[in-house]
Write a protein that binds this ligand. Structure first.
Ligand code: GLA
Ligand code: GLA
Length: 672
């Protein structure tokens, strides 16, 4: 087995005379795969129904001659100017009725019939042209659905399709009006053509209709993707199909988007904005792996500065760390963005492996070095996967519902990003080197996990309720955070004491709750008999006063309105335990909880805790491989707990204390 390794290459940006040199440099760096053509529609079809594949055939052939295979992007992320000229309505409309600009990418509507027809045609032409080309191994559909905030379109085609979508789902206006609570402010619909999608400011319209709009919009992109998947499956069933996801992007239902694909691939810019946090970066990988519970690829991995002011140039060793991190978290492929920094266009400062002048320098050398290392470890990694004993429930409807709970200023009621409850749980596991999967609570059986975190599952339906209860009944440990069970699947608050249909599972009711503005100080204290230690923790944003029925208190409020009352409870339910956390506690609280879980429920950590260390493991029939990464500039040391390893990079045995230099890593096969 060889791991997929290469770069996103845009031969159309460079004179043809340069291509052989690029192919030679790539081959010397150990590349076996490139992604081509994903924004090249105007070059492939310069005028309607006139095609030019010659340049692309040549590039694919040249690279193929060096043993480098191609993933083709379907080029639909960037409509050529002639389509926009012929059909200006392909351009999206925003919530204020403004049309997206022409002359760029991601500006089209997924429900526009002209765009769908043109997309189908170019994809079919390409599939027919390349299905027998042995260098072409697969397809990336479009590029980053939702990128540049393109997830919502308010054009007439979308409005019509939204009405149809609602009709199919709700059957009658009476049912729709009720499901969305439209009697509030007298907005019940009397005919289907009165229905309009909620527009900004979103807080002024029905949160339930709003959630339907989000679901519909996500479905629209899933459907648009499917039109392309179908064509490739029909003409080129032997070639793989993927799409490049955006990690913790949350506006589309990634489980649904991943479903029809052979594999998930993912664009990873660790130094770019929200992904700058180490735990969040790792979480993005784990979400990507979990969407299909199988190996994924990194389709774009940062290999230079991404714009200079926001993301500095990677330090020596960082590209290597990110590459090995991908493999460590379950990826079987790494493709760098991009081969060479482009001299023109609005990404002139999105640097690649080579600089604008095409001269290979230290980033090229680092990529070359890591490819040699990947070749060394590939036989050991073959057939292995990340095995987790802990899972975190992930549900996009719930994320949207929390995002839609906004006041008149469109500020979230809880003062948090809707990823935060998930990130709180994940960070504790991450810092303890406990591998975690993400699971879809509507569809996946969670029985194989020793513990499952279900962060703020505010919306519940029968399936999720049954799934969570069955899991605990059979012996699982479930951890829930504020607002769990507060609403039904229509985004309407339940008509019973909270946490609604899960009151029996958690053995509590919630007597009262409050938001916590900055001047409301709240602290909780854990109960030693339950959580194994007594510690005080600051809480933020939200506090629920829990009234235990069967449950016992595992932490109590110390300071604040609910002082003395339970803040965290534990309940035996069937053979398992259900823990309810009624506030957003500090990271140390979640770490204490993770420590308690590892001790009490014998959950394994890959390596002991060390500051700056990220440790993961891939396992297979041939044993376990530990990846220990040091993202700090300072060296770190870890006690091996009596284990003996073989260092797969040096071939030497390792035991006792492991030292890892700053921005360095170890890849270790467990011997004993
Ligand atoms: C105003 C309005 C009410 C209600 C309240 C909410 O007073 O008249 O309908 O919206 O604000 O605070
Ligand atoms: C995204 C896109 C790429 C490029 C990079 C730049 O990931 O898919 O085309 O724009 O961002 O960072």
């Amino acid at each position: 087995m060889s791991l997929v390794f290469g770069a996103d290459y845009y031969p159309e940006h460079w004179p043809e005379e340069r291509w052989p040199k690029d192919a030679e440099l790539m081959s010397r760096a150990g590349f076996n795969t490139v992604r081509l053509a994903e924004f090249a529609w105007s070059k492939i079809e310069p005028r309607e129904d006139e095609y030019d594949f010659e340049w692309l055939d040549k590039a694919i052939g040249l690279l193929g001659g060096k043993g480098i295979r191609t993933i083709l992007g379907t080029p639909t992320a960037a409509p050529p100017p002639w389509i926009v000229k012929a059909h200006p309505d392909v351009l999206r409309l925003d919530g204020y009725g403004r049309r997206a600009a022409e002359g760029t990418r991601k500006n089209y509507c997924p429900n526009n019939p002209h765009y769908i027809e043109h997309s189908k045609r170019i994809v079919e032409k390409m599939a027919l042209h390349y299905r027998d080309n042995r260098s072409v191994i697969g397809w990336q559909i479009d590029n980053e659905f939702g990128c540049h905030a393109s997830e919502l379109c308010y054009c007439e085609d979308c409005v019509k399709a939204f009405r149809e979508w609602l009709k199919r789902k709700h059957q009658s206006l009476e049912k729709l009006n009720k499901a969305c609570g439209l009697i509030f402010w007298g907005q019940e619909y009397g005919s289907w053509d009165e229905i309009c999608p909620p527009r900004p400011p979103f807080s002024m319209q029905s949160p339930s209709l709003n959630l339907e709009w989000r679901r519909f919009s996500s479905d629209s992109w899933v459907r648009y993707q499917q039109t392309q998947v179908d064509i490739i499956r029909k003409h080129a069933p032997h070639q793989l199909v993927t799409h490049n996801f955006m990690g913790l992007y949350k506006e589309l239902d990634y489980f649904k988007l991943a479903e029809p694909l052979d594999l998930v691939s993912f664009d990873y810019y660790p130094m770019w904005s929200r992904d700058a946090n180490l735990a969040a970066s790792a979480m993005a990988h784990d979400v990507m792996r979990s969407l299909k519970k199988k190996p994924y690829w990194t389709m774009e991995l940062q290999s230079g500065a991404v714009r200079t002011e926001r993301a500095p140039i990677p330090r020596p060793g960082e590209i290597r760390l990110w590459t090995i991190q991908s493999v460590a978290r379950g990826a079987d492929g790494t493709i760098y963005f991009r081969w060479r920094s482009c001299r023109f266009g609005c990404e002139e400062y999105w640097h690649g492996i080579l600089d604008h002048d095409g001269v290979p320098r230290r980033r090229y050398s680092e990529v070359k070095k890591v490819s040699e290392e990947l070749r060394k470890i590939a036989p050991h990694v073959a057939g292995t996967s990340v095995e987790a004993e802990v899972a975190i429930a992930l549900d996009y409807d719930n994320i949207w519902a929390m995002d839609l709970e906004v006041d008149y200023a469109d500020k979230n009621y809880y003062g948090i990003n809707s990823w935060q409850p998930t990130l709180d749980c994940y960070t504790a596991l991450y810092s303890r080197n406990i591998p975690a999967d993400f699971v879809n609570p509507s569809t996946e059986n969670m029985g194989k996990y020793k513990a499952v975190f279900a962060p703020s599952m505010m919306l519940l339906n029968d399936r999720v309720e049954r799934n969570l209860k069955a899991y605990v009944k059979k012996g699982g440990v479930l951890v829930a955070t504020p607002r769990t069970g507060a609403k039904d699947w229509n985004n309407i608050i339940v008509n019973e004491p909270l946490p609604g249909r899960l009151a029996d599972l958690f053995g509590i009711t919630i007597e009262e709750y409050t938001g916590l503005p900055g001047d409301r100080k709240v602290e909780i204290k854990t109960v030693k008999a339950e959580l194994g230690r007594e510690g005080r923790h600051a809480c933020k944003n939200w506090a629920e006063k829990l009234l235990p029925g069967e449950a016992t208190a595992a932490a109590r409020y110390q300071i604040g309105l609910y002082s003395g009352k339970p803040a965290v409870t534990m309940n035996r339910f069937g053979n398992g335990t259900a823990i309810y956390i009624g506030t957003f506690a500090d990271p140390a609280f979640y770490s204490a909880l993770a420590d308690w879980l590892t001790k009490k429920h014998k959950i394994e950590t890959v390596l002991p805790y060390a500051a700056g260390l990220e440790a993961t493991e891939r396992s297979g029939s041939d044993g376990h491989i530990v990846f220990a990464l040091n993202f700090d500039e300072d060296a770190l040391e870890i006690a091996c707990d009596g284990k003996i390893y073989q260092d797969l990079l040096t071939g030497k045995k390792a035991a006792g204390t492991l030292k890892i230099e700053g921005l360095d890593l170890r890849i270790l096969k467990v011997l004993d």
